[in-house]
Design a protein around this ligand. Sequence first.
Ligand code: E4P
Length: 214
Amino acid sequence: MKFFIDTANVEEIKKAWEAGVIDGVTTNPSLIAKEKQQPLSLLKEICQIVDGPVSAEAVSLNFDDMVKEAYQLSKIHPNIVVKIPMTEDGLKAVKKLSQEGIKTNVTLVFSPLQALLAAKAGATYVSPFVGRLDDISHFGIELVRDIQIIFENYDFETQVIVASIRNPLHVLEAARIGAHIATIPYSVIKQLIKHPLTDIGIERFLKDWEKIKK
Ligand code: E4P
């Protein structure tokens, strides 16, 4: 299973990359806006830190502009994956871009059939948003389960990025289901590393070690 970090914050990306726990990055317009840096130069900087897929989102909504934006984004670095929203124009853009060898990540997926359409259009990745479904009292992780079944039924090569992760249980469930990738905020990555018994264990070992000295 691969882990991506869901942030545009360079410090968080560096820390997670240096810890050896991430394979790629996903950004979105809200995450980029938080950083107050020119978006293209920020994306370039991210690509220089991480040797893996970096998703950058197109903000245009019509086909022609979306494709133009995709060309501009994909020129930043060979690892750029163009994030395209799940709309009719978006699907058309995904079809064209995939035929041209540009990798795409269809975002804002909230139903299994949206994921099926994205895969049929040739998406490299689909991003089901589990946390936002949980927020409105739906079982977000069930969406991932359905997408996995459908993709396996028809041998789609499209990979599933479990997105909008809010807590470690989302990651655990994604791994149990066998999702290809989870994109995780830095705060949740830190929660995955920590365990109170690990901290207590370290403290006890060090205390006992001190006794030898005395
Ligand atoms: C996915 O690629 C998105 O960037 C992200 O996971 C959205 O998460 P949110 O619902 O926490 O904004």
